[in-house]
Design a protein around this ligand. Structure first.
Ligand code: NAP
Length: 244
């Protein structure tokens, strides 16, 4: 099977590092983005200059029709998708009494339904080929509670539930489904915490630093690839020992 990967939220942060890493391994990569077309184009140019094959595609993962259109476009360009990395996500600190209805809905639409939408878009070809690999990106807050991040934490717990259930449902069809649960990773997402808090978080991490997007990309490349051919339904925590 040709190696073709769809990485959602690949214009920045973790997804960007995953796209770079997979391109180096010979995958044709689709760089999905929501708003930052400039960053997606910049990454595509960088990968192509290094000899890789890329396309970029704007789609809100929360929108099932847009995601289906993206899947179709990738198939037309590169052939069937062999690896889905469902990475796009939103986060924020908010106390439960302040969570608005629309905000609750949006978090679940992007972080949970977005995964479901992407799986539904790639599955027909994977089922037909009885092969394929899917990696979701949850969080350490998908395995533990997080004060003032209950909404985010709930979506990331749900994502793990979906991942494990799909692993069971799709294993007989030769499709593996795994999850990476990052700790604190130095991306745009966490800059809102401020430098002081980020330094404290680094100090609280047994390995003594924040994670880099590349740390997560390595885990995704492993779980998504052939070396993990007997691994499915697993959650790999990549957090420098933060959770202990
Ligand atoms: P980030 O720096 O904020 O980047 C988010 C990426 O997702 C961007 O490429 C953004 O596109 C895209 N995106 C956001 N909403 C989208 C939507 N509705 N549809 C399509 N794309 C969308 O985030 P990150 O830190 O790389 O996080 C990536 C994933 O890792 C998320 O699922 C996050 O929850 C998870 N995670 C992160 C950390 C951390 O410490 N950073 C820890 C644990 C888990 P645009 O560039 O177009 O806006």
């Amino acid at each position: 099977m040709e190696k073709t990967a769809l990485i959602t939220g690949a214009s920045r942060g973790i997804g960007r590092a995953v796209a770079r890493r997979l391109a180096r391994e010979g995958y044709s990569v689709c760089i999905n983005f929501l708003e930052r077309e400039d960053k997606a184009r910049e990454l595509a140019a960088e990968i192509e200059a290094a000899g890789g094959r890329t396309m970029i595609f704007q789609a809100d993962v929360a929108d099932p029709e847009a995601v289906l259109a993206m899947g179709k476009a990738v198939k037309e360009r590169f052939g069937p998708i062999s690896l889905l990395v469902s990475n796009a996500g939103i986060a924020g600190q908010i106390q439960i009494q302040d969570v608005q209805e629309a905000q609750w809905q949006r978090y679940f639409d992007v972080n949970v339904k977005g995964f479901k939408n992407c799986v539904q878009a790639v599955l027909p070809d994977m089922l037909a080929k009885k092969a394929g690999s899917i990696v979701s990106i949850s969080s350490i807050w998908g395995t533990r509670g997080a004060s003032c991040e209950s909404l985010y934490s709930a979506t990331k717990h749900a994502l793990i539930g979906l991942t494990k259930s799909l692993a069971m449902e799709l294993a007989p069809s030769g499709i593996r489904v795994n999850c990476v649960a990052p700790g604190v990773i130095d991306t745009d997402m966490v800059q809102v915490l401020g430098q002081e808090t980020l330094s404290e978080l680094a100090a609280m991490t047994p390995l003594g630093r924040l994670g880099k997007p590349e740390d997560i990309a390595e885990a995704v490349a492993f779980l998504g690839g052939e070396k993990a051919s007997f691994i499915t339904g697993q959650v790999l925590t990549v957090d420098g020992g933060f959770l202990g």
